[in-house]
Design a binder for this molecule. Sequence first.
Ligand code: GMT
Length: 389
Amino acid sequence: MKIGITCYPTHGGSGVVATELGMELAKRGHEVHFISYALPFRLKEFQENVVFHEVQMLSYPLFQYPPYTLALAAKLAEVADENHLDVMHAHYAIPHAVCAYLARQVARSSRFKIVTTLHGTDITLVGGDPLFRPLTRFGIEQSDGVTAVSKYLRQQTQEVFELDRPIEVIPNFVDSAKFTPLGDGSCPKERFARKGERVVLHISNFRVSKRVPDVVRIFAAVRREVPSRLLLVGDGPDRVPARELADELGVSKWIRWLGQLDAVEDVFSVADLFILPSKNESFGLAALEAMSAGVPVIASSAEGLPELIRNGETGYLLSVGDVEGMARRATELLSDAKKHAAMSETSRRVAIENYEVGKIIPMYEEFYGRVLGHPVRVPQPYSPPDALA
Ligand code: GMT
C-alpha cells in the first residue's frame, strides 16, 4: 500500500504515534510518505520505504499569518498525485483532516481515501472550541475512516460534535523491545541516584493541564519518607512555576531537569515510579511507555487514563488534584519492594498483552482495508516477539 501521513512533527504524543506507525508500516513493506513542516523528531535515520516531504512556506509582505494549512494541502495533493497514494492518514483533526479533504479536491489524478486519527486535544481543547468546531466537524465527517485512541475520546467526539458516524478505537502502542526494564545499559541508574535511592519520573510538554507543580508537591511529600530523586523530562509553560515551587518546598537539590529528550526509553529504564497527574489525557502514551519498561504509574483518573492504568494492579488512579492521595500511594509503593516488584511485572505484561506494536499495527492495516473496500496485502507479515523477553 502507499500511505501518506501528515502530523505535527514536534515532541508530543500525536507526532510520536504517527511517526512510529509510519515506520512500522514501512518495515512491513508499505510505502510511506510523511508530509509536514519539519522532519518528525523520531524519524532521524534513513529507513527503507519512507520518504519525508517538507512543506515549504512562501514569505510575502501581505502574509501577516502565512497560510501553512494551504501550503500543506497543496503539498498533500502534489505527493498524492506523484506517488498514487491509496490513503492519506491525518493525525490530529485540526487542521490535518481538513487539509487532506482540500488536497483531495485539488489533486489531479489521485482519489485517495482519508483516514483521520483523533488524539485528544484536537477534540477536547482545540477542535471543540467554537472557533474551530464547524471545521473540525467537517473534517471528521468528510473522512472515509476515523479512529480514536481511546473509548473515552470516541464518546467525547460523538458528544461534542453530535455525530453518529462510526469511530474505530485503535489504542496507542509501544515497542516492548525498546521500552524495557533494563534499557540498553547506556544510561545506568547511578547517573541519577545514589545507592538505595528511588527514582521518580515525569515526562510531558509541561502544559498547565499536565499539572507539573502537582508532581513537585507529590515528590516533596515522598522525599520526606523515602530517599529518592525526581527526574523531569520536557519543557513548556509550567517549567518555571514548577522550578520556583521546588525551591519554595526545599526539594530542588533532589530534582534533575532534563529538558527535551529524544531517547526517553533510557530514563524509563532507570525509573521506579512514573507520575502523570494530568487534568486532560485521552490516552497517556508516556504512561504506556512507562508500563512497558516495568514502571508502575500513579496518575489521575482523568479521561482515558482508567482504560490504560489498572488501579491497584499497574499503579494507582486518584482524582485530579489529589496530591495528598498520590503522595501517599507513591510512598507506600516505593517502600514496599514486594508490591513494587509485582506491579512492575504486571505493568509490563499488560503493556505487552494489550498494546504491543505488533498487535496494533495490523489493526490499522485492517482498518485501511475496510476503508478501501478490499483487504490490504501485507508484504511482510509480523512475527511476534517472545512475550516477556
Ligand atoms: O498531551 C499532549 O498535550 C500532547 C497530545 C498530542 O497531540 O501530541 O497528546 C495527545 O495524544 C497522545 C497520543 O495519542 C495521547 O497519548 C495523549 O493522551 C493526548 N493528550 C491529551 O489528550 C491531553
